[in-house]
Design a binder for this molecule. Sequence first.
Ligand code: NAP
Length: 215
Amino acid sequence: MGSKRRIGIMGGTFDPIHYGHLVTAEAARHLFGLEQVIFVPSGRPPHKRESRVTPADERLQMTLLATVNNDNFIVSDREVRSKRMSYTYDTMRSFHQELGDEAELFFITGADAVLEIMQWRKIEEVADFCCFIAATRPGYRLESFHLSPKLAENIQFMEVPALAISSSDIRRRVAAGEPIKYLLPEPVEKYIAKHGLYLAQDGCGSNFAEESVVK
Ligand code: NAP
């Protein structure tokens, strides 16, 4: 391992954050020798304008509650505070500018999200200063990926059994009145109950449908 600082940037909508995300971040930190993992909840996800997403401030609060007890985890509100679409290119470029060439950056996210990475904005440029860690659920089949040679060289896959937990299943469970205990940290469970999140599947989220879809 060189002398550069190795920093993980954990991107996701986190709607809500759960133990699968936390185990992913901790496994990546250990496997790739990362000094810290910075969680970056998406502000306005570019690929979700047709769907309903819980307001960014609430997803940020849940991410803070879930990570507060781990000194190696930090939360950044840069995408939540930005009025612009949350492009990974802009986020990673801002970290690169802030941390400088002395930091080696690793963008961590779910393999399902990475499936369409070739359509992400300026992704070949991001690969100039960042590696990608794609977390897969057990039994995930990798052959469906079509990557450019540069991206193929820059993506590492990591199987995370705890990713059998999913945000969509947690939302469905809350709407159906099923328990979510032990799927996510208790303070997040309490936050969801207190704020009445996910009670109706088509409920209170923001709708980004009015804007044209540009990845
Ligand atoms: P998503 O489509 O909601 O999720 C796709 C899959 O990946 C889901 O199964 C999801 O599980 C899982 N996943 C998402 N984030 C994860 C994480 N950090 N660790 C482990 N599994 C994760 O994906 P998303 O959350 O909206 O986007 C993921 C990241 O990619 C975000 O940072 C987003 O900004 C970025 N992205 C960028 C572009 C672009 O720049 N054009 C386009 C798309 C995505 P859960 O539902 O359980 O989380």
